[in-house]
Design a protein around this ligand. Structure first.
Ligand code: AP5
Ligand code: ZN
Length: 214
Protein backbone atom coordinates (compact mmCIF):
# COMPACT_ATOMS: atom_id res chain seq x y z
CA UNK A 1 0.00 0.00 0.00
CA UNK A 2 1.43 3.36 -1.08
CA UNK A 3 -0.20 6.49 0.27
CA UNK A 4 0.38 10.24 -0.05
CA UNK A 5 -0.85 12.44 2.80
CA UNK A 6 -1.69 15.89 1.51
CA UNK A 7 -2.62 18.87 3.63
CA UNK A 8 -1.56 22.18 5.08
CA UNK A 9 1.02 22.43 7.85
CA UNK A 10 -0.75 21.27 11.00
CA UNK A 11 -3.56 19.51 9.14
CA UNK A 12 -2.75 16.28 10.99
CA UNK A 13 -0.55 14.37 8.52
CA UNK A 14 1.98 13.28 11.13
CA UNK A 15 -0.73 12.42 13.67
CA UNK A 16 -2.68 10.22 11.26
CA UNK A 17 0.54 8.71 9.87
CA UNK A 18 1.03 6.99 13.25
CA UNK A 19 -2.37 5.35 12.88
CA UNK A 20 -1.88 4.33 9.23
CA UNK A 21 1.60 2.89 9.85
CA UNK A 22 0.12 0.55 12.42
CA UNK A 23 -2.90 -0.30 10.26
CA UNK A 24 -0.93 -1.23 7.13
CA UNK A 25 2.51 -2.08 8.58
CA UNK A 26 4.24 0.42 6.30
CA UNK A 27 6.84 3.07 7.19
CA UNK A 28 6.16 6.80 7.40
CA UNK A 29 8.39 8.84 5.12
CA UNK A 30 8.21 12.35 6.53
CA UNK A 31 10.51 14.68 4.60
CA UNK A 32 10.19 17.21 7.46
CA UNK A 33 11.34 14.61 10.01
CA UNK A 34 14.21 13.55 7.72
CA UNK A 35 15.37 17.15 7.41
CA UNK A 36 15.08 17.74 11.18
CA UNK A 37 17.15 14.59 11.79
CA UNK A 38 19.80 15.92 9.38
CA UNK A 39 19.88 19.24 11.26
CA UNK A 40 20.29 17.43 14.57
CA UNK A 41 23.10 15.28 13.15
CA UNK A 42 24.84 18.39 11.77
CA UNK A 43 25.18 16.98 8.23
CA UNK A 44 25.76 19.11 5.13
CA UNK A 45 22.07 18.62 4.21
CA UNK A 46 21.03 19.79 7.66
CA UNK A 47 23.20 22.89 7.40
CA UNK A 48 21.61 23.79 4.07
CA UNK A 49 18.06 23.13 5.29
CA UNK A 50 18.05 24.79 8.72
CA UNK A 51 17.72 28.48 7.80
CA UNK A 52 15.17 27.69 5.08
CA UNK A 53 13.00 25.63 7.45
CA UNK A 54 13.22 28.09 10.33
CA UNK A 55 11.96 30.79 7.95
CA UNK A 56 9.02 28.58 6.93
CA UNK A 57 10.21 28.35 3.32
CA UNK A 58 10.51 25.22 1.18
CA UNK A 59 13.78 23.40 0.70
CA UNK A 60 14.79 23.04 -2.99
CA UNK A 61 12.93 20.48 -5.10
CA UNK A 62 16.18 18.96 -6.26
CA UNK A 63 17.39 18.23 -2.76
CA UNK A 64 14.09 16.78 -1.56
CA UNK A 65 13.52 14.66 -4.67
CA UNK A 66 16.97 13.09 -4.24
CA UNK A 67 16.20 12.31 -0.61
CA UNK A 68 12.86 10.61 -1.33
CA UNK A 69 14.08 8.69 -4.38
CA UNK A 70 16.76 7.10 -2.23
CA UNK A 71 14.45 6.42 0.71
CA UNK A 72 11.72 4.59 -1.25
CA UNK A 73 14.20 2.05 -2.59
CA UNK A 74 15.12 0.84 0.91
CA UNK A 75 14.06 -2.64 2.03
CA UNK A 76 11.39 -1.56 4.49
CA UNK A 77 9.49 0.15 1.64
CA UNK A 78 8.91 -3.06 -0.33
CA UNK A 79 5.35 -3.49 0.98
CA UNK A 80 4.61 0.20 0.57
CA UNK A 81 5.03 3.52 2.38
CA UNK A 82 3.30 6.59 3.62
CA UNK A 83 4.52 9.88 2.16
CA UNK A 84 4.04 12.68 4.69
CA UNK A 85 5.01 16.14 3.42
CA UNK A 86 6.03 15.01 -0.05
CA UNK A 87 5.27 15.88 -2.79
CA UNK A 88 4.45 19.48 -2.02
CA UNK A 89 5.15 21.18 -5.34
CA UNK A 90 4.17 20.29 -8.91
CA UNK A 91 7.81 19.56 -9.88
CA UNK A 92 8.02 17.10 -6.96
CA UNK A 93 4.85 15.32 -8.12
CA UNK A 94 6.15 15.24 -11.71
CA UNK A 95 9.43 13.76 -10.46
CA UNK A 96 7.50 10.92 -8.83
CA UNK A 97 5.83 10.12 -12.12
CA UNK A 98 9.08 10.36 -14.07
CA UNK A 99 10.67 7.91 -11.65
CA UNK A 100 7.75 5.48 -11.84
CA UNK A 101 6.78 5.92 -8.17
CA UNK A 102 3.03 5.22 -8.28
CA UNK A 103 0.64 5.46 -5.34
CA UNK A 104 -2.65 3.75 -4.45
CA UNK A 105 -4.22 6.58 -2.44
CA UNK A 106 -3.89 10.33 -2.07
CA UNK A 107 -5.54 11.47 1.14
CA UNK A 108 -6.24 15.18 1.58
CA UNK A 109 -6.86 16.59 5.07
CA UNK A 110 -8.99 19.68 4.76
CA UNK A 111 -8.53 22.17 7.64
CA UNK A 112 -9.08 25.97 7.58
CA UNK A 113 -6.11 28.25 8.32
CA UNK A 114 -7.44 29.64 11.61
CA UNK A 115 -7.83 26.15 13.10
CA UNK A 116 -4.25 25.44 12.09
CA UNK A 117 -2.78 28.51 13.75
CA UNK A 118 -4.44 27.49 17.01
CA UNK A 119 -3.29 23.86 16.74
CA UNK A 120 0.33 24.73 16.11
CA UNK A 121 0.61 26.84 19.25
CA UNK A 122 -0.10 23.72 21.33
CA UNK A 123 1.95 21.17 19.37
CA UNK A 124 4.67 19.17 21.12
CA UNK A 125 6.84 16.63 19.30
CA UNK A 126 9.06 13.67 20.08
CA UNK A 127 12.17 14.21 17.99
CA UNK A 128 13.28 10.56 17.84
CA UNK A 129 10.07 8.95 16.58
CA UNK A 130 7.95 11.58 14.85
CA UNK A 131 5.16 11.13 17.44
CA UNK A 132 3.09 14.29 17.73
CA UNK A 133 1.01 15.62 20.62
CA UNK A 134 -1.13 18.62 21.44
CA UNK A 135 -1.33 20.02 24.95
CA UNK A 136 -5.15 20.07 24.81
CA UNK A 137 -6.38 17.93 21.87
CA UNK A 138 -3.93 15.03 22.04
CA UNK A 139 -2.04 15.25 25.33
CA UNK A 140 0.71 12.82 26.38
CA UNK A 141 -0.01 10.56 29.37
CA UNK A 142 2.54 12.47 31.42
CA UNK A 143 2.88 16.21 30.80
CA UNK A 144 5.85 17.11 28.59
CA UNK A 145 6.97 13.47 28.14
CA UNK A 146 6.74 11.02 25.22
CA UNK A 147 4.34 8.13 25.96
CA UNK A 148 6.69 5.37 24.86
CA UNK A 149 10.18 6.57 25.78
CA UNK A 150 9.52 9.16 28.51
CA UNK A 151 11.83 11.56 26.61
CA UNK A 152 11.24 15.30 26.90
CA UNK A 153 8.83 16.67 24.27
CA UNK A 154 9.88 19.70 22.21
CA UNK A 155 8.30 22.73 20.53
CA UNK A 156 9.24 22.91 16.85
CA UNK A 157 11.20 26.09 15.97
CA UNK A 158 8.91 26.76 12.99
CA UNK A 159 5.71 26.74 15.09
CA UNK A 160 5.86 30.40 16.04
CA UNK A 161 2.70 32.14 14.75
CA UNK A 162 4.40 34.39 12.15
CA UNK A 163 6.27 31.38 10.72
CA UNK A 164 3.09 29.27 10.68
CA UNK A 165 1.33 32.01 8.67
CA UNK A 166 4.25 32.12 6.23
CA UNK A 167 4.10 28.31 5.85
CA UNK A 168 0.35 28.54 5.22
CA UNK A 169 0.79 31.12 2.48
CA UNK A 170 3.43 28.93 0.81
CA UNK A 171 1.06 25.98 1.13
CA UNK A 172 -1.72 27.83 -0.71
CA UNK A 173 0.66 29.03 -3.40
CA UNK A 174 2.77 25.93 -4.06
CA UNK A 175 1.13 22.84 -2.57
CA UNK A 176 -2.63 23.42 -2.94
CA UNK A 177 -2.34 23.04 -6.76
CA UNK A 178 -1.60 19.35 -6.04
CA UNK A 179 -5.26 18.91 -5.07
CA UNK A 180 -6.34 19.46 -8.70
CA UNK A 181 -3.30 17.57 -9.94
CA UNK A 182 -4.16 14.39 -8.01
CA UNK A 183 -7.90 14.70 -8.57
CA UNK A 184 -7.10 14.61 -12.29
CA UNK A 185 -4.78 11.62 -11.75
CA UNK A 186 -7.60 9.84 -9.91
CA UNK A 187 -10.05 10.57 -12.75
CA UNK A 188 -7.55 9.03 -15.14
CA UNK A 189 -7.48 5.91 -12.94
CA UNK A 190 -3.92 6.35 -11.64
CA UNK A 191 -4.90 6.40 -7.92
CA UNK A 192 -7.86 6.93 -5.58
CA UNK A 193 -8.39 10.40 -4.09
CA UNK A 194 -9.99 10.84 -0.68
CA UNK A 195 -10.80 14.12 1.08
CA UNK A 196 -11.16 13.99 4.86
CA UNK A 197 -12.59 16.71 7.07
CA UNK A 198 -9.51 17.20 9.26
CA UNK A 199 -11.22 19.53 11.73
CA UNK A 200 -12.78 16.62 13.59
CA UNK A 201 -11.22 15.03 16.67
CA UNK A 202 -8.14 12.83 16.18
CA UNK A 203 -10.06 9.58 16.91
CA UNK A 204 -12.87 10.57 14.57
CA UNK A 205 -10.37 11.18 11.76
CA UNK A 206 -8.80 7.75 12.56
CA UNK A 207 -12.24 6.16 12.23
CA UNK A 208 -12.99 7.91 8.94
CA UNK A 209 -9.68 6.74 7.48
CA UNK A 210 -10.28 3.23 8.75
CA UNK A 211 -13.65 3.16 7.03
CA UNK A 212 -12.50 4.67 3.72
CA UNK A 213 -9.38 2.53 3.41
CA UNK A 214 -10.86 -0.85 4.27
P1 AP5 B 1 6.90 19.24 7.76
O1 AP5 B 1 7.52 18.68 8.95
O2 AP5 B 1 6.38 18.34 6.70
O3 AP5 B 1 5.80 20.25 8.21
P2 AP5 B 1 4.36 20.62 7.58
O4 AP5 B 1 3.95 20.05 6.28
O5 AP5 B 1 4.37 22.07 7.62
O6 AP5 B 1 3.39 19.85 8.45
P3 AP5 B 1 3.39 19.75 9.99
O7 AP5 B 1 4.33 18.68 10.42
O8 AP5 B 1 3.57 21.11 10.56
O9 AP5 B 1 1.88 19.33 10.24
P4 AP5 B 1 1.12 17.94 10.21
O10 AP5 B 1 0.11 17.96 9.12
O11 AP5 B 1 2.06 16.77 10.26
O12 AP5 B 1 0.31 18.07 11.57
P5 AP5 B 1 0.48 17.30 12.94
O13 AP5 B 1 -0.05 15.90 12.82
O14 AP5 B 1 1.86 17.49 13.48
O15 AP5 B 1 7.93 20.22 7.04
C1 AP5 B 1 8.68 21.17 7.77
C2 AP5 B 1 9.56 21.99 6.81
O16 AP5 B 1 10.47 21.11 6.12
C3 AP5 B 1 8.83 22.72 5.69
O17 AP5 B 1 8.34 23.98 6.11
C4 AP5 B 1 9.96 22.84 4.64
O18 AP5 B 1 10.87 23.86 4.98
C5 AP5 B 1 10.69 21.52 4.77
N1 AP5 B 1 10.13 20.48 3.89
C6 AP5 B 1 9.54 19.30 4.28
N2 AP5 B 1 9.12 18.60 3.22
C7 AP5 B 1 9.44 19.35 2.11
C8 AP5 B 1 9.24 19.17 0.73
N3 AP5 B 1 8.62 18.08 0.24
N4 AP5 B 1 9.68 20.14 -0.11
C9 AP5 B 1 10.31 21.23 0.35
N5 AP5 B 1 10.53 21.48 1.67
C10 AP5 B 1 10.09 20.54 2.54
O19 AP5 B 1 -0.59 18.11 13.84
C11 AP5 B 1 -0.38 19.47 14.21
C12 AP5 B 1 -0.90 19.69 15.64
O20 AP5 B 1 -2.32 19.52 15.65
C13 AP5 B 1 -0.38 18.68 16.67
O21 AP5 B 1 -0.21 19.33 17.90
C14 AP5 B 1 -1.47 17.61 16.75
O22 AP5 B 1 -1.49 16.96 18.02
C15 AP5 B 1 -2.72 18.45 16.53
N6 AP5 B 1 -3.78 17.71 15.83
C16 AP5 B 1 -3.62 16.84 14.80
N7 AP5 B 1 -4.82 16.37 14.40
C17 AP5 B 1 -5.75 16.99 15.19
C18 AP5 B 1 -7.18 16.93 15.26
N8 AP5 B 1 -7.89 16.15 14.41
N9 AP5 B 1 -7.80 17.70 16.18
C19 AP5 B 1 -7.09 18.50 17.03
N10 AP5 B 1 -5.74 18.59 17.02
C20 AP5 B 1 -5.08 17.84 16.10
ZN1 ZN C 1 4.20 16.63 10.27
Amino acid sequence: MRIILLGAPGAGKGTQAQFLMAKFGIPQISTGDMLRAAIKAGTELGKQAKAVMDAGQLVSDELIIGLVKERVTQDDCKAGFLLDGFPRTIPQADAMKENGIDVDYVIEFDVPDEVIVERMSGRRVHAGSGRVYHIVYNPPKEQGKDDETGDELLVRPDDEEATVRKRLSIYHEQTKPLVNYYQAEAKAGACAYITIDGTQAVEKVNALLDEKLS
